[in-house]
Design a protein around this ligand. Structure first.
Ligand code: PCA
Length: 225
C-alpha cells in the first residue's frame, strides 16, 4: 500500500480586540476556518491534499505580536502563513501587497506603547512584498462575487508590523513558503459589506491559489494612488 501523503500545516494568525471594539472579527474568521479545516470542508484541502490548520491569536502590542507569530512559524514549520486583521470601515477583503519597515501608531497599542516614525527592524529593508499569489487569488475571489481589493498599504500599526515581521523572518530563517496578510471589515457589523462566510471563502481561495507551486498570474491591477 502506498504511504499516505504527509499532512502539511497552514498557519493562520488573528488579533485580540483593540481600540473601541471588544471583539476582533479576525479571530472569528480564524475560528471559522479552523472549524472548516477540522471537518475537511476547505477547498484548499480538496485541491492540495491533507492540510491541518493552526491558529494563533496575537496581542495588539508592538514587538510582542511579531515575536509570537515568528515563534509559531518556527514551531509549526507551515506550508503557508496568512495573517488576518481588522480594517474597520473598509468595504472589501483587502489582500495586502506590501509591509513597510515603519511604526507610526495613531493610537497606543494594548500595552500603552505609541511609537512614532520608528523602524520595525533596524537593519531591515524598507519593505517586503507578500509572497501569496495575490493576483490569482483576487481573480478567483472576485469571480465568486466577494468584495475584494488588492491593497498597497496595511497601514503603519500592528497589522503592517506583523506583515513586515513575518516576511522578514521567513526571508532570513525560512521556510520559503507563501505568506502574507489579509485585512477584513468588521464582519459582525450589521452593515458589513462582507459576511463572515464570504471572508472565510476568500481566505480559502487565497490559500488554494497560493499553495500552487507557480508564479503569480500577470494581470494588470495597478492603481494610480
Ligand atoms: N487591526 C489593526 C491591528 C489589529 C487589527 O486587527 C491594524 O490594522 O493595524
Amino acid at each position: 500500500m502506498a504511504p499516505l501523503p504527509a499532512e502539511r500545516t497552514i498557519l493562520i494568525s488573528a488579533f485580540e480586540p483593540f481600540g473601541a471594539l471588544d471583539y476582533n472579527p479576525s479571530a472569528d474568521l480564524a475560528a471559522l476556518l479552523a472549524h472548516r479545516a477540522a471537518h475537511q470542508q476547505l477547498l484548499c484541502q480538496r485541491e492540495h491534499g491533507p492540510l491541518q490548520l493552526r491558529t494563533v491569536t496575537l496581542p495588539v502590542e508592538f514587538g510582542r505580536a511579531g515575536e509570537l507569530l515568528t515563534s509559531a512559524v518556527a514551531e509549526a514549520q507551515p506550508a503557508a502563513v496568512v495573517a488576518l486583521g481588522l480594517a474597520a470601515g473598509t468595504d472589501a477583503v483587502r489582500l495586502e501587497r506590501i509591509g513597510v519597515n515603519l511604526r507610526d501608531a495613531r493610537i497606543p497599542d494594548n500595552a500603552g506603547a505609541q511609537p512614532v516614525d520608528q523602524p520595525i527592524a533596524e537593519d531591515g529593508p524598507a519593505a517586503w512584498f507578500s509572497t501569496l499569489r495575490l493576483k490569482a487569488a483576487h481573480r478567483r475571489i472576485a469571480a465568486a462575487e466577494i468584495p475584494v481589493r488588492l491593497s498597497l498599504s496595511a497601514g503603519t500599526y500592528l497589522c503592517n508590523e506583523v506583515l513586515y515581521t513575518l516576511l522578514h523572518h521567513l526571508q532570513r530563517n525560512g521556510p520559503a513558503v507563501p505568506a502574507g496578510f489579509v485585512h477584513v471589515p468588521d464582519l459582525r457589523s450589521p452593515e458589513a459589506p462582507v459576511s463572515l462566510d464570504q471572508a472565510a471563502a476568500a481566505v480559502d481561495l487565497l490559500l488554494t491559489e497560493s499553495l500552487k507551486p507557480l508564479p503569480d498570474e500577470s494581470i494588470p491591477a495597478g492603481s494610480l494612488h
